[in-house]
Design a protein. Structure first.
Length: 151
């Protein structure tokens, strides 16, 4: 699976909000400075996250963004879905519908692709922002197969 820039930036922005206090709003500029993300693009992503109900915003002096829910209630699958299309392996249709099995091997592959999409959704739904923050701080081990390199 290739993670898009938008999904990566959304995850990094929300992790920054998680690591730097969830009560006080954080400006887009502060988030951009901490994460190294380009502020104009980050602002677009924050608007998408707001639209998905993952962040709240406050305008004016002392304004900015904060998490809409506790970090243990926000999952990576929601973050990706907020800035991307739904999480699927691809849009190949469903097995056994609308002539999907008319060609050799097509039906079994459609079933495999559907299974892959379901597994991606399950895995992304297993990581909350709180889990990722704990991994970043060394309180939880990094996922299997990940190389532990400092940011």
């Amino acid at each position: 699976m290739k993670v898009s820039t938008r999904a990566d930036y959304a995850g990094r922005a929300l992790l920054s909000l998680t690591l730097h206090g969830q009560d006080a709003p954080q400006s887009a500029r502060d988030i951009a400075d901490r994460t190294g993300l380009p502020q104009p693009y980050l602002e677009q992503i924050l608007l998408a996250l707001k639209g998905a109900g993952l962040v709240l915003s406050k305008r004016g002096v002392g304004g900015g963004y904060r998490l809409a829910r506790p970090p243990q209630q926000i999952y990576l699958s929601e973050v990706v879905s907020a800035v991307e299309a739904p999480i699927v392996a691809d849009d190949f249709g469903e097995p056994h519908k609308d002539g999907a099995c008319d060609h050799e091997g097509q039906c079994v592959l459609l079933a495999v692709w559907a299974s892959v999409g379901a597994e991606m959704r399950r895995l992304l739904s297993s990581f909350s922002l709180a889990d990722i923050a704990a991994m970043a701080g060394g309180a939880l081990p990094w996922p299997e197969g990940a190389e532990a390199t400092p940011d």
